[in-house]
Design a protein around this ligand. Structure first.
Ligand code: SAH
Ligand code: ZN
Ligand code: ZN
Ligand code: ZN
Ligand code: ZN
Length: 461
């Protein structure tokens, strides 16, 4: 299984999804009147030829990059009969979760009053079970004696959906999660819109219930509906961040809008850690809509501002993110994960995580931990990793991956330490690269010689 937040990136079931000009698939985006699958409005794609000429356009599921997870497909110019439309609506209705969020909230209330010995969680159905339901799940594996502490950390109770390309879940290591929360508090924020960050949400929720003077609140937006078993409709919205779709309709949208309204000066920040697929433009378009929602909350002060945001994503997407959010800066902090063997802080020397924080806040305010080696560069006015040397020629701390980069006079920029200047390609590259006609370079890392589908930055070792 090559799935996962890193390896599944981009191509998924749509082999060859790559940059313009190199042949493959391109995303056109959310089109008005787009047909819907169970995950909300489908996205419009176009097949492009080697020369960049556009082929036939089609709609596909926004959330699932694997046809096995959602098989929705429709040509843009296809005539869909009334019977097929009706069948599709029926299908979409039938492919919703067995319980509504409201029902799950009710079930939770009934669950917490049970004696410990009666509290079971079905591991196969990923569901809290009420005694009357035990029978139906009798041949399923289950956990017993579900404690209040377990109910407060659903991200540990639920199985991380890591093998499905659709919903690759990589949970923050405690260290990184605590760092993010401390940073948010130090920056003076009181509300966190957690988009695809269930563990951060959970940390905030449990502190709020344990520490009387803890004033931070969080609203989780996530496509993983299992979380509706643990949170009220004020705490969780079932949401698709690739098409800005609220499964709970107007009411859920209203919950989000209200949350973004900054009562008595309670400042809001949005934190998101999306799956690292190639659909940066789809994510950016949804995040712009969330930002617009914040701006529309008729709060004076907002006039010329953007909603503060942390977008957590690998460094090699920097240019893609800046394309959509020119006000963003990438911070050197390396975000670590619990369940990703490659990107956790090891015992013996750290594995370097490629995941960073992109933010529209002033970089110098993002204080990175000195005890982990980060230092402040007075010229760049931001905290940088210990290996990141200030380059006199570029006049900036140029390393993206934490290692010391070297300046190439011919390229007139700093490059990775392992790169050499190739006179055939007229740029720096790995020594053993193949000087290739695919000069467009990889859509993800920009290096010549391979396409996105085989980008080494995205694969597991
Ligand atoms: N590091 C985070 C989890 C990031 S994993 C934490 O520890 O809190 C990516 C998250 O995005 C998962 O929670 C996953 O359920 C969610 N997700 C994946 N696809 C999504 C989509 N289309 N819309 C909304 N959320 C999505
Ligand atoms: Zn079951
Ligand atoms: Zn510097
Ligand atoms: Zn340089
Ligand atoms: Zn060079």
């Amino acid at each position: 299984e090559g799935g996962g937040k890193m390896a599944a990136s981009g191509t998924g079931g749509r082999e060859g999804l790559s940059g313009p000009g190199s042949g493959g698939l391109s995303l056109l985006g959310l089109a008005p009147g787009a047909p819907s699958c169970p995950h909300g409005p489908a996205l419009l794609f176009v097949k492009t030829g080697q020369g960049g000429e556009e082929g036939r356009r089609f709609y596909a599921c926004s959330a699932c990059r694997d046809r096995k997870d959602c098989s929705f497909f429709q040509w843009e110019d296809e005539k869909v009969s009334a019977t097929r439309l009706a069948a599709r609506e029926e299908y979409n209705r039938n492919h919703q979760p067995p319980f509504t969020h409201k029902q799950n909230v009710e079930r939770y209330k009934n669950f917490v009053v049970l004696l410990l010995s009666k509290r079971r969680f079905c591991q196969e159905c990923q569901q809290l079970l009420l005694p009357a339901e035990w029978e139906e799940h009798s041949d399923h594996q289950f956990l017993c004696d579900i404690s209040t502490a377990q109910l407060k950390s659903p991200s540990q109770l639920l199985y991380p959906l890591e093998n499905k390309k659709t919903n690759a879940q990589y949970l923050f290591a405690n260290r990184s999660c605590q760092f993010l929360l401390d940073l948010i508090i130090d920056l003076g924020f009181r509300r966190v819109l957690s988009v695809g960050t269930p563990r951060l949400h959970e940390m905030i929720q449990s502190k709020a219930s344990q520490e009387g003077d803890f004033r931070v609140r969080s609203l989780l937006l996530d496509i993983d509906f299992r979380y509706s078993q643990f949170y009220t409709e004020e705490e969780f919205c079932h949401y698709n961040m690739f098409n800005h779709y609220f499964f709970g309709g107007k009411a859920a949208q209203e919950t989000c809008r209200k949350f973004l309204y900054e009562d008595n000066g309670e400042r809001v920040i949005m934190v998101t850690d999306p799956p690292f697929g190639g659909l940066v433009e789809a994510l950016a378009s949804s995040f712009k809509k969330l930002m617009a929602m914040w701006k529309e909350t008729e709060n004076e002060g907002h006039k010329n501002q953007e909603m503060p945001m942390f977008w957590i994503f690998p460094y090699f997407f920097e240019s893609r993110i800046l394309e959509f959010f020119p006000s963003f800066c990438m911070m050197d902090y390396q975000v670590d994960y619990d369940n990703h063997a490659l990107y956790k802080h090891g015992k013996t020397g750290r594995r370097q995580s490629p995941v960073r924080i992109f933010t529209n806040l002033t970089p110098r305010l993002i204080v990175l931990p000195m005890e982990e080696g980060y230092r402040f560069c007075t010229i760049c006015q931001r905290y940088v990793s210990s290996g990141n040397q200030h380059c006199e020629i570029c006049n900036s701390c140029t390393s993206k991956d934490g290692r010391r980069w070297k300046h190439c006079d011919l390229c007139q920029k700093c490059v990775k330490p392992s790169w050499f200047h190739c006179t055939t390609c007229n740029c720096c590259a790995l020594q053993n690269h193949t000087c290739d006609k695919t000069d467009a370079g990889c859509f993800v890392c920009g290096t010549a010689g391979h396409k996105r589908s085989t980008c080494p930055s995205l694969s597991r070792a």
